[in-house]
Design a protein around this ligand. Structure first.
Ligand SMILES: N[C@@H](CCC(=O)N[C@@H](CS)C(=O)NCC(=O)O)C(=O)O
Length: 211
């Protein structure tokens, strides 16, 4: 059985969400977002940088949310959450799957650093504004592509577990403007999914995960 190491309100939620959508059984270990939780020798032996998500599956122990999601889809029944390689949706599925970590998360990371992680006296408004600007530019093509669609490639897919999760996070951080109406609707569609609702609450003991 897959074991998932998860910290609430992080990218680990993407993997939990996929596992919930696939109705797979898995073991969960919740690690707090603290030095003790993530930077322990034990967790560093799973991920040298002490980050999440990490999964273990038999002798396999891997990190990187995108790689984990691809691994699960390839190794287990993907239940149609990955389009066929010869379908017209597949190239766009791949594009948005990777656009998430490649283009959206770098400015998103900087926003989290500048608003939450750094102590107030070390925050830099110029860096924050640059990151907000870049995030907005990065989300703009996503907003355009979502025109007339409920999910990125029409039907729900694992690309939504990646980029949709980032859109949800960006929206919760107040960084999706009202002009990006397609992303706002997309986030509502995501939030209405029971598997998503369950995944983002894991480890929070019914607290608001971003509260
Ligand atoms: N590209 C990696 C990023 C992993 C990552 O940075 N995870 C964050 C949580 S969203 C983390 O573990 N941060 C802990 C830290 O920075 O100490 C992935 O997609 O898995």
């Amino acid at each position: 059985m897959i074991k998932l190491y998860l910290t609430p309100s992080t990218r680990a939620g993407r993997v939990a969400w996929l596992l919930e959508e696939l109705e797979m059984e898995y073991e969960l270990e919740v690690l707090p977002f603290t030095k003790e939780g993530l930077k322990s020798p034990e967790h560093r032996s799973r991920h040298a940088l002490g980050r999440v998500p990490v999964i273990e599956d038999g002798d396999v122990s891997i990190f990187e949310s995108g790689a984990i999601i691809q691994y699960i889809l390839d190794k287990y029944d993907d239940k149609g959450l990955k389009p066929d390689v010869n379908s017209s949706e597949y190239p766009y599925y791949l594009q948005w799957f990777h656009y998430c970590e490649g283009m959206v998360m770098p400015p998103m990371n900087q926003i989290v650093v500048q608003t939450v992680l750094l102590p107030p006296d070390r925050r830099d408004e110029t860096v924050l504004n640059q990151a907000m600007n870049l995030l907005s530019k990065s989300l703009s093509p996503v907003n355009s592509f979502l025109e007339g669609k409920d999910y990125l490639i029409g039907n729900f897919s694992a690309a939504d577990c990646m980029l949709g999760h980032s859109c949800f996070m960006a929206n919760r951080f107040g960084t999706v403007s009202d002009e990006m109406g397609n992303i706002k609707n997309y986030v509502k569609n995501i939030e209405s999914r029971p598997a998503f609702q369950k995944a983002i609450m894991l480890g929070t003991e019914n607290a608001d995960p971003l509260g």
